[in-house]
Design a protein. Structure first.
Length: 134
């Protein structure tokens, strides 16, 4: 991609036509010019993956609330659902921090928590289905 970019010490100061370029292309332009873009690539992957939490977390909450018998009261099930949401926020934050520091690749840092909680949701969904078939 041909762009006319003037670099500044803090990053890309002005790119002609930068509104038309996708963020991924701008990241590659900045990386080719010697700037560190790990944090930007991690944030990009994190923002692409975070909408899946809007589906996974309510599904996990539904599974825990539907199973029922291990939890004597509805308040316990609600407390478990809040703990799941806080756990997701903590895991996502730790993965993002590790991605920013370069300990994890940006793709793993962004997509790791949704995949982890998606696997958990699949296990809980299959457990719920087995309980409903009995």
């Amino acid at each position: 991609v041909q762009t006319d970019c003037r670099l500044h010490e803090q990053g890309i100061q002005q790119c002609r036509g930068s509104r038309d370029l996708p963020l991924r292309t701008l990241t590659y332009v900045a990386n080719d010019s010697g700037l560190e873009t790990t944090a930007y690539r991690t944030d990009l992957q994190n923002r692409m993956a975070s909408p899946f939490a809007c589906f996974l977390l309510p599904f996990l909450a539904l599974c825990y609330c539907s199973i029922g018998p291990p939890f004597p009261r509805p308040a316990t099930a609600c407390l478990i659902c809040i703990a799941i949401a806080v756990g997701h926020a903590l895991v996502s934050g730790v993965a993002t921090s590790m991605g920013h520091s370069g300990m994890l690749s940006p793709v793993v840092a962004g997509w790791g928590p949704p995949i982890l909680f998606g696997a958990w949701a699949a296990v809980m969904g299959s457990r719920l289905r087995l309980d409903l078939l009995r």
